[in-house]
Design a protein around this ligand. Structure first.
Ligand SMILES: [Zn+2]
Ligand SMILES: [Zn+2]
Length: 138
């Protein structure tokens, strides 16, 4: 995987660089991802906190995670693209929406999580491990 990994929102006002290899990747099927992304699931790269450098005037919208923590969902206020998150319970890992990568083909999910909230019209790879809720190791 070539570093840095880069990505941006639809209009380009917000961009980011990931300077270290992501520590995980998986598809989140939770209701909040469905709503905020307007889609069946969010493809998530798990990135070391300090490896993500953001440029541009993004905004955050706080949502309550099942853990009781707050997931601050970062988005572009101009075009509305959901880009990345910041969990109040973690200063080690940040989730990044892999659909916003400049080269989304590098994304290789190794699990599905929050499948208990998945919709009947959601299509998943049967070969990937499934977690009913959030995987405990992340
Ligand atoms: Zn934008
Ligand atoms: Zn989610």
């Amino acid at each position: 995987m070539k570093l840095p990994i880069t990505g941006r929102c639809l209009c380009g006002a917000v961009s980011y660089e990931i300077s270290a290899k992501p520590i995980g990747a998986g598809n989140c099927h939770c209701r909040t991802c469905q709503k905020s992304g307007g889609t069946a699931y969010t493809p998530v790269l798990f990135v070391l906190y300090d490896a993500l450098v953001i440029t541009g005037p993004y905004k955050e919208y706080p949502t309550l995670a099942d853990s009781g923590n707050t997931m601050n969902r970062g988005f572009c206020p101009q075009c509305g693209t959901a880009l990345f998150g910041r969990n109040s319970g973690s200063d080690k890992i940040r989730p990044v929406n892999a659909a916003t990568l400049d080269d989304p083909s590098i994304y290789q999910p190794h699990m599905d999580f929050w499948v208990s909230s998945a919709q009947a019209w959601d299509i998943m790879d049967p070969g990937l491990p499934k977690f009913a809720e959030s995987p405990k190791h992340l």
